[in-house]
Write a protein that binds this ligand. Structure first.
Ligand code: PEP
Ligand code: MG
Length: 875
């Protein structure tokens, strides 16, 4: 029989997939002797069975729970529901991969009309007892019965109003007793039954509620955003409660062993005296910094500091630790690897290598390649920012710079994004329901909350700019305005926020590229030492090429020459060329284009120095370049000296039913050889000219859309004829390569034939995916979302390489190509070349390089290092 419940003393940190991250860590902390309140964990397996609708689950679980409860009661010397010495427990979710705040928690379970008296007597604090009781009824009703919180909050507000109180702490025991009665009435009215007084019934209902919170909408969104599988299920931790709110010798807090925003190796955290855990996380009261605990309770502080060191040593990573002090006794409630900004992640990883705690390989594997993306993005321009009006200052909760229109709720942000706007989400404080809006916003600004508030933690995890606790802004969410002094900012007005210094500015501020130095450079150097795969870039202009070189690109893997044709000066000449009726007229237009193309290539060669440059000849269907508006047609007709009617007729003739599968790529060269010949001439003349200046170039000329070796041989001959002649005439020695894209499935299938002729292959996985799946690149967006939602496709295959299908074509293409030509050079230049899992695949099938857009170059470098290290470690 499967076992569903484990005491903390029975587990270890290795049992994460069964006990969830939190359960495994609680077990591990108990095992190494830390002061952890006792408890047990219900496994993720039980949750999975719950979703499988296993009918025996509840009988079996009940038996195990009874046994574990009495064991816990024995250990604690307290009994659940007892009127003298009652045990109270918390019931918390704990997924295998942490999903902070996404699922539900119930605290103070076990309270009823008898045990509340027991708690009052045991703690000598009747107020605490009834305060806990009313919190429990509200939480249980909300989480397990989905009774909206406002029902309860309105009672609380009414009592506070009647009594003229400002804070909850002013409520007296009598007030709280009255509130408990009112809460129970709400429960009865909403559910039709009495609030359950049997603690076992409370427990079973709570466990069920936590299981179902695995599938609440915000948890699902979080999993989608973070690529967490939906079938893992959550564990449930049942732990004896300790109280941070018994008075001024108690408190609760959260601390990180290092600064989660910068990575600085210094304890970083906050606590609140006389409070429960949720008060810190919810950000409703402003906490004190952890060092201040030293003034209030020096012994507890020094014990806590020792434990934080021990935990970091033990887990060899920065820890996020929740603690509670009950009457001067310290308890550790939870530890986990702390969420951190990408900058902090790199700094911590590099520091930990330097401190001798982890290896370089560990450090590299700790950084998810996609995370470094946020380091590569811009900051505010220094001059513009110095001239901007600082409106307010809050806590610098998550670095980065964002400008956008102000919106006051998550739905409005989502809507504004779908209208193509950039926005900043401004809230009193955020809660897990805001997750989608936070994802869609450029940045987040909250009036309340500390550095560990929901907004701060989630924004850091998303790598999104955030300012929290900006108390000087007064938000009126109903009127959709906020004010600072006499300045009013309305919905739709622009503001800018700097999550690095906490400053809020009026208006939009331009941004500049980031500088990558310090730990980032060290870290990327280690990644470069570890990888085998080379990383090139897809760049069509010297500027993009330069950006990519700054990011570490080792060459250009794809220069799409068609982008050079769209320049406003050139497009008329390109149109003349396309619409020419005779070879003579076309050659005339091509002659005008030649010097421009030559200059383009010279620019690119110079930007790349001696690095490899692959230039692809013209690919798209010609009609893409043609005028579509009457005004343009008129102008062109005049300049070509033909009638508008005739021109329109020519344009119509060039229209295709299915241009993606039509007259494009090398097919253009079969019908109009002179176009590729002009381009080949431009490339070779450009290369010869820079070679004469001493630059060591070796151009790689790439033919698109090849499907048969005969096509390839035909087009290659056009190129080599011109190229060899030019080189011979110049007297300069110049090597060049001619290769092909492999982007038509037939090319992959006959790569043995093509490989005999081609000097390199570059897998064009955009078209290969299009043609392999039969999904139009232009239309698939309309239905792929449904495919993902319905689980028919796990990921959009245009973003993440379909390794099982399209990947097989790539693998076969590599193997056949290499068999035919052991010297063949293999790369990829589809969008997948910058997507980490696809890059790892490229490593495994033995490509020589990946090529991706400039901003993804560092991501690809890191992904390539991951691939090499995982291979070495047999992971
Ligand atoms: C490809 O098809 O993968 C490719 C890189 O070419 P393009 O996207 O220009 O069609
Ligand atoms: Mg293509």
């Amino acid at each position: 029989m499967t076992r569903y419940v484990y005491s903390f003393s029975e587990g270890t940190k290795e049992m994460k997939s069964l006990l969830g991250g939190k359960g495994a860590n609680l077990a591990e902390m108990s095992r190494i002797g830390l002061p952890v309140p006792s408890g047990f964990t219900i496994t993720t397996g039980a949750c999975t069975e719950y979703y499988n609708q296993n009918e025996q689950l509840w009988d079996e679980l009940l038996n195990e729970l009874k046994a574990k409860l009495s064991e816990l009661e024995g250990k604690m010397g307290k009994k659940l529901g007892d009127s003298k010495n009652p045990l109270l427990v918390s019931v918390r979710s704990g997924a295998v991969i942490s999903m902070p705040g996404m699922m539900d928690t119930i605290l103070n379970l076990g309270l009823n009309d008898e045990s509340v008296v027991g708690i009052a007597n045991a703690t000598n604090n009747e107020r605490l007892a009834y305060d806990s009781y009313r919190r429990f009824i509200q939480m249980f009703s909300d989480v397990a019965m989905e009774i909206p919180k406002y029902n309860f909050e309105s009672v609380l507000d009414r009592v506070k109003d009647q009594k003229g109180y400002e804070n909850d702490t002013e409520l007296t025991v009598e007030d709280l007793k009255y509130i408990v009665g009112e809460y129970k009435t709400i429960y009865r009215m909403q559910t039709g039954s009495e609030f359950p007084s049997d603690p076992l019934e409370q427990l079973l209902t709570a466990v069920k509620a936590v299981f179902s919170s695995w599938n609440n909408p915000r948890a699902k969104t979080y999993r989608n955003l973070n690529e967490i599988p939906h079938n893992l299920g959550t564990a449930v931790n049942v732990q004896s409660m300790v109280f941070g709110n018994t008075g001024e010798t108690s408190g609760t807090g959260v601390a990180f062993t290092r600064n989660p925003a910068t990575g600085e190796n210094k304890l970083f955290g906050e606590f609140l005296m006389n409070a429960q855990g949720e008060d810190v996380v919810a950000g409703i009261r402003t906490p004190q910094s952890i060092e201040q605990l030293n003034d209030i309770m020096p012994d507890v502080y020094s014990q806590f500091v020792d434990i934080t060191k021990l935990l970091e040593d033990h887990y060899k990573d920065m820890q996020d630790i929740e603690f509670t002090v009950e009457d001067k006794k310290l308890y550790i409630l939870q530890t986990r690897n702390g969420k951190r900004t990408s900058q902090a992640a790199i700094n911590v990883a590099v520091d930990m290598v330097n401190e001798g705690r982890i290896s370089k390989e560990d450090a590299i594997l700790r950084i998810e390649p996609n995370r470094i993306d946020e380091l590569l993005h811009p900051n505010f321009e220094a001059k513009a920012v110095s001239e901007a009006t600082v409106l307010a200052k809050g806590l610098p909760a998550s670095p980065g710079a964002a400008s956008g229109k102000v919106y006051f709720n998550a739905d409005d942000v989502v809507r504004s994004k779908s209208n193509g706007e950039k926005s900043v989400l401004v809230r009193l404080e955020t809660s897990p329901e805001d997750i989608e809006g936070m994802d869609c916003a450029e940045g987040i600004l909250t009036a309340r909350g500390g550095m560990t508030s929901h907004a701060a933690v989630v924004a850091r995890g998303m790598g999104k700019c955030c300012i929290a606790g900006c108390g000087s802004i007064k938000i009126d969410e109903n009127a959709k305005i906020f004010t600072v002094g006499d300045v009013t900012v309305k919905e739709g007005d622009y503001i800018s926020i700097d999550g690095g210094n906490g400053e809020v500015y009026l208006g939009e501020i331009p941004r500049v590229e980031p500088e990558l130095s310090g730990s980032f450079e060290v870290f990327m150097k280690w990644a470069d030492e570890a990888r085998r795969l080379k990383v090139r870039t897809n760049a069509d202009t010297p500027k993009d090429a330069q950006t990519a070189v700054n990011f570490g690109a080792e060459g250009i893997g794809l220069c799409r020459t068609e982008h050079m044709f769209f320049d406003s000066e050139r497009i008329p000449v390109v149109r003349e060329m396309i619409l020419a009726k005779t070879l003579e007229a076309r050659t005339k237009a091509l002659d005008k284009l030649l010097p421009m193309q030559r200059e383009d290539f010279i620019g690119i060669f110079k930007a790349m120095g001696s690095r490899a440059v692959t230039i692809r000849l013209l690919d798209p269907p010609l009609h893409e370049f043609l005028p579509h508006h009457d005004e343009d047609i008129k102008l062109l007709a005049e300049s070509m000296n033909i009638s508008e009617k005739e021109l329109k007729q020519r344009v119509d003739d060039l229209k295709e039913f299915n241009p993606m599968l039509g007259h494009r790529g090398c097919r253009l060269a079969v019908t109009y050889p002179e176009i590729y010949q002009m381009q080949a001439r431009g490339i070779i003349e450009g290369a010869l000219s820079v070679k004469k200046e001493g630059l060591d170039v070796k151009p790689e000329i790439m033919i698109p859309l090849i499907g048969t070796v005969q096509e390839f041989s035909y087009v290659k001959a056009l190129i080599t004829e011109i190229a060899d002649k030019l080189i011979a005439e110049s007297g300069v020695e110049l090597e060049y390569l001619v290769g092909t894209m492999i982007e038509i499935p037939r090319a992959a299938l006959t790569a043995d034939e093509i490989g005999k002729e081609a000097q390199f292959f570059s897998f064009g996985t955009n078209d290969l995916t299009q043609m392999g799946f039969g999904f139009s690149r232009d239309d698939a967006g309309k239905f792929l979302g449904e495919y993902e939602q319905k689980g028919i496709l796990e990921r959009d295959p245009f973003q993440v390489l379909d390794q099982g299908g399209i990947g097989k074509l790539v693998k076969m293409g590599c193997e056949l190509g290499r068999e035919a030509n052991p010297d063949i050079h293999l790369g990829i230049c589809g969008e997948h070349g910058g997507e980490p899992s696809s890059v790892e695949f490229c490593h495994r099938v033995g490509l020589d390089y990946v090529s991706c857009s400039p901003f993804r170059v560092p991501i690809a470098r890191l992904a390539a290092a991951h691939a090499a290290i995982k291979e070495k470690l047999g992971k």
